[in-house]
Write a protein that binds this ligand. Sequence first.
Ligand SMILES: [Mg+2]
Length: 163
Amino acid sequence: MIKLVIFDADETLWASYGYWVSLLVPPLKRINDSEIVDSEGKKITLFNGLRELLKTLKDRGILISLVSLNDSEPNRVMECLEIFGLDHYFTYPQINWGDKGQNIKRVLELLQKNDGKIVNCDEVIFVDDHMSNINKATKVCPGIVALHIGSDISKVTEIINFL
Ligand SMILES: [Mg+2]
């Protein structure tokens, strides 16, 4: 049974049009329910159905986290999630340039250490648009349900079929 879903950020939660959110230049402004624009006109667009997906996961009692290759300081990933009003969904998000496999392991360790929640690798879905991250996840966390957007699924909302 899946107990935890770990999302990538750029091109998984939102379209970021070839750059990563660390490159956004403040101030960031929410222009509608699904779009943020920076001071230079660069934009990110939340994927359709993402809000509903997060709510469904939470309603089903499934934990949600995030690992993202981006600067940890300033943390534009969390800033964007806050602007969208979605930051509260994510437990122990790991935003840094480290190995995503190690960052997934860190999320599991924090859940156990701080909350007494034991989650095994085969109870985790990890979703990312880069195959290199999928490979790192399966290496560090054998049995993890690592879904590649582009081959395993075509859009993030399809993870619902793997719960
Ligand atoms: Mg990505």
